[in-house]
Design a protein. Structure first.
Length: 286
């Protein structure tokens, strides 16, 4: 992902922050985790680099984040010109830009800059949600709720910010459903194999706001529609999120009816058939 100095992707230590050219040599840059860019030209360059390396879409940090050191949640990151540089570079490659953003100001500025997808957005207001619906903006929203175990110590700046996000989750989902925004299912799980084992619970957690059919459609068909905005850059060329002849064959056969009880998906023993790319990886029906 691409971040401004002091943004959600800037994890330099304070002594690095004031060093000349440190943003070119941080551990996050060396490991390919993030890039720091501070002008339209720098943003454009880093987007082009990511596309040259095979990125299917671009992630930009457009507002404050929970885990980062320097930026409160209310901070808006990047200018419209910088965001526009990213979206134009992505559009030239036939793909799109998604942004990390929580607040109305950061979300609206990102949309002004041509962004197609908002990641998170739990602190949004209704006026902004109406705009997202009207303009067909995708909302990759996660069920960040207070019943989740936190990695941050109570009273820490990160935990305080995390609680703000948790408090906005219910309202965000209700507004998204009320105004029929294009919602994608996200988990925000990265760098953690342990947390990955819990991701299905983040799917079933959506039952507070959606019916099982709506949830399954979101995680399969709807997510596929968002990913297909990457056009020829998409790693999977073909129809996604549908079961029909000629579509790419990722398929689950489940012991039970998730339309009646979605929680059966939390137990992998209920997955009787797992097919990916047309190949069977599990089949207990034989």
């Amino acid at each position: 992902f691409i971040s401004q100095t002091g943004g959600h992707g800037d994890f330099r230590l304070p002594n690095e922050l004031i060093s000349a050219d440190s943003k070119k040599h941080t551990i996050s840059v060396r490991t390919g985790t993030s890039a720091i860019a501070d002008s339209p030209d720098e943003v454009r360059q880093h987007v082009r680099e990511q596309l040259a390396l095979g990125a299917s879409q671009i992630k930009l940090m457009a507002g404050g984040g929970v885990s980062s050191f320097y930026d409160p949640l209310d901070v808006t990151q990047y200018s419209v010109a910088e965001i526009r540089a990213a979206t134009e570079a992505a559009e030239n490659w036939g793909t799109y830009v998604a942004v990390h953003a929580y607040t109305p100001r950061s979300i609206n500025q990102a949309i002004d800059g041509g962004v197609k997808s908002i990641e998170h957005g739990q602190l949004v207001d209704e006026k902004t949600v109406k705009r997202m619906a009207k303009e067909g903006i995708w909302w990759s929203l996660q069920p960040f709720t207070s019943d989740r175990k936190s990695a941050f110590a109570d009273g820490s700046p990160q935990r305080i910010k995390q609680k703000m996000v948790e408090q906005g989750t219910d309202r965000a989902y209700r507004l998204a459903k009320k105004h029929q925004v294009n919602v994608a299912w996200g988990t925000d799980i990265l760098f953690s194999a342990e947390r990955l084992q819990q991701q299905t619970k983040m799917l079933t957690r959506l039952s507070e706001w959606y019916r099982p059919f709506e949830i399954l459609k979101m995680a399969t068909h709807d997510n596929a529609q968002l990913l297909m905005l990457s056009g020829e850059r998409a790693p999977y060329q073909g129809k996604l999120g549908v079961i029909e002849e000629g579509a790419l064959a990722d398929l689950l056969i489940i012991n039970g009816n998730p339309l009646q009880n979605l929680t059966i998906l939390e137990n992998t023993e209920n997955l009787q058939v797992i097919m990916k790319n047309g190949m069977l990886y599990k089949n207990t029906l034989r």
